[in-house]
Ligand binder design. Structure first.
Ligand code: PLP
Length: 410
């Protein structure tokens, strides 16, 4: 634990704390107000009203119309709905475009679709993690059903210009989806005048509960449901709603809207301080991803000649929670697909740590990390099996090449 005996939680891209105001708003819907929003009686009707309020709050954060909001069970479901639902609506179009750095919720699905006979283009990124817009433009054509490009990368925080990419897609008559799971609540968005047709978000990344998400469906977008059943969500997603979590998500969106401008500046200053101090105090360290086109809360940093997992374990003993590449890929010896796509050398990719802050992160926590992370890196380098001066080849020999990561990656 930290000096204060508390966890220093710098892993907010993996998941966030439920805001106390969110929990408070959720609790009555487990006990006193447990009606089914589809019921005819007033007891259920009261819940339906509250669901609609949540829909309005989510829509307000996105600059959307409440009728464009479909509640789902998570970001992964929203992504699956977007991709599978669109492909089903355009059976004559077999092509889809995505990137090499998507979260597994999109990437593994695209690979699966590729095995099922779809033609998938996975666009590369450069060493800053950025996409080439012309390459994107050249990849979409009349045979393309859908382009799915994440708004912000969960590992590096690098942001793609999805609003412009959506316009390019529209010029070719291609539906545009963005996985915005990491961006919603961190950066202000306004979908009203843009060309994005479909957008996924997940509650647990913005201080709501786990197990609730949203698929934004722009009015008029052709898309089939993923879950076929009852009439819920205007027949776009069958199944009794996760009422309490949806209500909590509504509150989380309202809180995000109220604090987003102030917090993005405060959090960015803290992230920049962490970055500056770690680079100054730990030799042979580098930041992964474009320094400007990046989420304000995310820092992916590589420490050469050390194993990221070892850093994480030692930090964990000190009460510091961070992540190496992607939380759920920890335990696999394969470096992150995102860093590999950016051409980060093997030795640096292995020593990569992601710190991600939130509106609950304090300066004292950042200072604690600044004090301890360089010491941990130094200690590990002293006992490293290949130490400074080892080559990339040595690193590869040392770690071998594992198979696909077992987890989901967050
Ligand atoms: N997309 C991105 C970019 C993510 O970071 C995550 C979770 O880490 C997901 C999708 C999946 O969201 P969920 O955990 O709600 O399924």
């Amino acid at each position: 634990m930290s000096a204060a005996g508390e966890v220093v939680y710098l892993d907010n891209n993996a998941t966030t704390k439920v805001a106390p105001e969110v929990l408070e708003e959720m609790l009555p819907y487990f006990s006193e107000k447990y009606g089914n929003p589809s019921s005819m009686h007033d007891f259920g009707g009261q819940v339906a009203k509250k669901l609609n309020e949540a829909r309005e709050r989510v829509a307000a954060l996105l600059g959307a119309d409440p009728t464009e909001i479909v509640f789902t069970s998570c970001g992964t479901e929203s992504d699956n709905h977007a991709l599978r639902g669109t492909l089903e609506s355009y059976p004559e179009k077999r092509h889809l475009v995505t990137t090499r750095v998507e979260h597994p919720a999109v990437r593994s699905l695209c690979q699966y679709l590729g095995r099922r006979g779809h033609d998938v283009t996975e666009l590369p990124v450069d060493s800053d993690g950025l996409l080439n817009e012309d390459e994107f433009g050249a990849s979409v054509h009349e045979g393309t059903a859908l382009a799915s490009i994440m708004w912000a990368n969960n590992e590096t925080g690098v942001m793609f210009p999805v609003e412009r990419l959506a316009e390019i897609a529209h010029e070719k008559g291609v539906v545009f989806h963005t996985d915005a799971v990491q961006v919603v609540g961190k950066v202000p968005l306004d979908l009203r005048h843009g060309a994005i047709d479909l957008l996924s978000l997940s509650g647990h990344k913005l201080h709501a509960a786990k197990g609730v998400g949203v698929l934004y469906i722009r009015r008029g977008t052709r898309i089939r449901p993923l879950l076929i059943g009852g009439h819920q969500e205007r027949e776009r997603r069958g199944g009794t709603e996760n009422v309490a979590s949806i209500i909590g998500l509504g509150k989380a969106c309202e809180l995000a809207r109220q604090t987003i401008e102030e917090e993005r500046t405060r959090v960015k200053e803290l992230r920049d301080k962490l970055q500056r101090e770690l680079l100054a105090r730990a030799p042979d360290a580098r930041v992964n991803g474009h320094l400007e086109q990046r989420l304000p809360n995310t820092l992916s940093i590589s420490f050469e000649y050390v194993e990221g997992e070892a850093i994480l374990l030692m930090l964990s003993r000190l009460g510091i929670c961070a992540s190496s590449g992607s939380a759920c890929t920890s335990g696999s010896l394969e470096p992150s697909h995102v860093l590999r796509a950016m051409g980060v050398p093997f030795s640096a990719a292995h020593g990569s740590i992601r710190f991600s802050l939130s509106r609950y992160t304090t300066e004292a926590e950042v200072d604690y990390a600044i004090e301890h992370v360089p010491q941990v890196v130094k200690r590990l380098r002293e006992i490293s099996p290949f130490g400074r001066g080892a080559t990339d080849r040595d690193a590869r020999m040392e770690y071998g090449r594992g198979s696909a990561p077992p987890g989901g990656g967050s």
